[in-house]
Design a protein around this ligand. Structure first.
Ligand SMILES: [Zn+2]
Length: 297
């Protein structure tokens, strides 16, 4: 593990920490000053939000590798449009720490494991291994190490953690239209993740019902990707047991971010509110389990 002191940015205005700049490393985080006591129980108490594909920034020293690729950089291949706004909404609503990256995934994909053939874009795969290692050290490792620190802190303080990783997906891929508005990705072999996604989906459907700005929402589980695929949540699942770590990727169809207007914040608000409702139900289950465990001991 490399040395990286995460920066705390109270108002979220500055994105790159001075400390990160001084070290030549970057890990961006935002943490609300205080966690309110709140009505929610165990799961929401230990919550960490991350955003791996939040922007399409290319640091100056690497820009020349991507000359003539502005269109790719601005497309879904460069970043996840809308994902950072959702991540910020979730972090604010639950007073949870947020670890985010605004460096383009063309440089390094923070949602891939080291050794994955698509950790770097084709452009950088042609360059030296030293260059790729430098990029991993500067942009990949600080994000992962910082997220791991927060997740382990949450587990130490609350006994379990809910990690929500915010993403968005392109409405059409290779000429095929994606037929969902929201995707919730999880590992079906983990009962806590399956139950929470089921509740989140049901709450979102009921939140959208009767709202003219949110009609005909299609919410699908493990679509357009499988939650078990390589990624940050899968990496944590290999390290933390199912009763300790609950990791979910929320994916929004980018057509909603592009459409903008009042509909876009309303959709994000519905996703947040639906998670709140799902957690209330989840916490009831967890508290009942804890209570019966206490009674037995
Ligand atoms: Zn993504």
């Amino acid at each position: 593990m490399i040395e990286s002191q995460p920066a705390v940015i109270p108002d979220g205005a500055g994105l790159v920490s001075d400390l990160g700049r001084r070290n030549g490393l970057e890990s961006l985080s935002e943490r609300p000053g205080q966690r309110p006591p709140g009505p929610l129980g165990p799961l929401s108490a230990g919550m960490v939000i991350t955003c791996e594909h939040g922007g399409n920034r290319l640091p100056a020293r690497y820009r020349h590798f991507f000359q003539g690729q502005q269109a790719t950089l601005d497309s879904h291949r460069g970043f996840d449009p809308g994902a950072l706004l959702l991540a910020r909404d979730l972090a604010a609503a639950f007073a949870a720490p947020l670890v985010l990256s605004t460096v383009s995934r063309l440089l390094v994909d923070l949602n891939r494991s080291i050794g994955h053939p698509r950790l770097h874009s084709e452009t950088l795969r042609k360059e030296s291994a030293e260059l790729r290692q430098e990029i991993v050290k500067r942009y990949y490792q600080p994000h992962r190490a910082h997220t791991e620190d927060l997740i382990r802190q949450a587990v130490a303080a609350h006994g379990r953690v809910l990690h929500v990783s915010a993403h968005s997906f392109t409405p059409e891929l290779d000429g095929k239209r994606r037929n969902a508005d929201i995707g919730l990705l999880y590992d079906p072999s983990r009962p806590g993740e399956a139950a929470l996604c089921q509740r989140w989906k049901a709450s979102l459907q009921s939140c959208a019902t009767g709202r003219t700005d949110l009609t005909n929402l299609t919410i699908r589980r493990n679509y357009p990707y499988n939650g078990k695929d390589d990624g940050l949540t899968s990496w944590f699942r290999r390290r933390l047991a199912a009763d300790v770590y609950v990791g979910i990727e929320v994916e929004i169809n980018q057509k909603h971010a592009f459409r903008g207007g009042r509909h876009w914040p309303a959709l994000r608000a519905a996703i947040v509110e639906a998670l709140r409702q799902a957690l209330v139900a989840d916490d009831d289950v967890l508290e009942a389990q804890d209570l019966s465990r206490l009674r037995r001991s």
